[in-house]
Design a protein around this ligand. Structure first.
Ligand code: GLY
Ligand code: MN
Ligand code: MN
Length: 459
């Protein structure tokens, strides 16, 4: 946990923001409950709700809190353990002490929460959109028919989106672990072994040195499937292997890196040509990342760069700006350039992708690719985002474009037929927006240029 003062300051800032928006009443926070995987005592790995962690830090199930916007009073609701729990869980610090440790003076049993909300009848009760179904049900039982508060959601996003220095230190640590994990994976690539063997080795780092992985690992020779969670294939020569994985450190901050490797240790000419384009897009995005520009502009600049490279290879043809406007890049990169990252690998997307990634006045495109951009905002110092361009050859998507004429005259479908078994390439770094530009997070950088990748694989 961070020091008490951190949580006190964050909650005070939240209430101040709510007041400055003319809001009053109560703010209700609900932490996560354990989620049974099969029977009640066999649960999925425990993970606290991220906004709860941000404002209260207490990493245990079945906590709730009420903050009074008008009086500033704060109360934590949770149950002290009984002897039966102690037998199974060992002695536990009383709730009161845990509450005091994060600067909350009042605490009460969970059963008092209902009473507290009943007493507040007639006042506004603000709560966030719940990220888990169990909390959706709890909220419906506590506040029947009520909906999440947009004012609170915006206030929380406004705070969490700007990372504090202590958070950046944690994200740097998560990135260092992510880099270590990816290095182990790269060094383990061998023809003839099953992909799963590498997953086991790399996730071992995440578990040995952090909380675990920050999302289910993607490690596949079918990188054209963007989120391929199957690891059952034998590693074959001449393929490309996409590894997209991250660590959540013990303070629950995430990293998220992607590298793509030639399984034989050397790129073929065709692979290198496409790889070089993705690499240049990654570099371009980083060079454009600075306060004041929108990440939408950066996405579009990389889309243009990508089309320029594909055009040089004869896979598309025509005016670059017209192709960008027509969304042709989406055929090759049907996802956005990046997302926010912090306590969640896709930070705060449970609060609403558009509220997190878009500002008033920015509307989300409907186009393939640009429409999947999760972070379009004007960049500001303290933002942590990913830079993750990719090129994928998805036969079903190419066929659809061809069939329905979606690529106009821009796409050379005949040339693309030679890429149906190519797979995909994605290259992802984690980036902090600074006062005058950007810094890649982590104390080093995974090899990324085609030459450096081959060199690292030859070791
Ligand atoms: N791990 C999914 C992503 O890169 O967004
Ligand atoms: Mn990723
Ligand atoms: Mn990512």
């Amino acid at each position: 946990m961070f020091s008490k003062e951190v949580y006190v300051r964050r909650r005070a800032a939240l209430l101040e923001k709510m007041r400055s928006e003319g809001q009053s009443g109560l703010v209700l926070f609900i932490g996560n409950a354990e989620a049974p995987a099969q029977y009640k005592n066999n649960c999925y790995k425990w993970r606290q709700e991220s906004s709860w962690l941000y404002f209260f830090g207490i990493d245990e199930p079945l906590y709730a809190a009420v903050l009074d916007i008008d009086s500033g009073e704060e109360t934590i609701f949770a149950n002290d353990v009984e002897l039966d729990d102690i037998i199974w869980m060992g002695p536990q610090t009383p709730v009161r002490e845990k509450a005091l440790a994060v600067g909350v003076k009042n605490s009460a049993p969970l059963s008092k929460l209902e009473e507290c909300l009943e007493k507040a009848a007639g006042r506004d009760v603000h709560f966030l959109p719940p990220s888990r179904y169990y909390n959706t049900m709890r909220l419906e039982a506590l506040l029947p028919g009520k909906t999440p508060s947009e004012a609170l959601t915006k206030a929380v996003i406004g705070l969490r989106i700007i990372k504090e220095d202590i958070e950046i230190q944690e994200i740097d640590k998560a990135c260092d672990l992510g880099i270590q994990m990816h290095s182990v994976a790269r060094d383990a690539i061998r023809l003839g072994i099953v992909e799963q063997e590498i997953v086991g080795l790399m996730e071992g780092i995440a578990l040995a040195k952090g909380w675990g992985t920050s999302f289910p690992t993607i490690l596949t020779q079918h990188g054209e499937t963007l989120h391929n969670h199957l690891h059952d294939k034998v590693i074959e020569p001449g393929k490309l292997m996409v590894i997209d994985a991250g660590v959540e450190n013990n303070m629950h901050y995430a990293s998220d890196f992607t590298r793509t490797y030639p399984t034989s240790g050397k790129f073929t000419t065709k692979q290198r040509e496409i790889y070089q384009i993705v690499f240049e897009c990654n570099e371009l995005a980083f060079s454009l990342t600075k306060p004041g520009v929108t990440y939408r502009e950066v996405h579009l600049a990389t889309a243009r760069k990508m089309l320029e490279g594909l055009s040089a290879l004869g896979l598309v043809k025509g005016d670059l700006d017209e192709m960008v406007a027509a969304g042709i890049a989406g055929l090759f990169q049907p996802h956005g350039l990046g997302h926010n990252m912090g306590l969640d690998v896709h930070d705060m997307e449970d609060l609403g992708e558009n509220l997190v990634g878009y500002e008033p006045g920015q509307t989300r495109a409907r186009q393939l690719g640009l429409g999947s951009l999760r972070m379009a905002r004007h960049l500001a110092p303290g933002y942590v985002i990913t830079d993750e361009p990719g090129i994928y050859f998805i036969p079903a998507l190419i066929e659809k474009f061809k069939r329905e004429g979606l690529g106009g005259d821009f796409v050379n479908y005949q040339a693309l037929e030679g890429y149906y078994d190519f797979g995909g390439i994605r290259l992802e770094d984690d980036v902090l927006v600074t006062a005058d530009g950007a810094r890649r997070l982590g104390s080093g950088r995974l090899p990324i240029s085609p030459d450096d990748v081959e060199k690292a694989m030859a070791k």
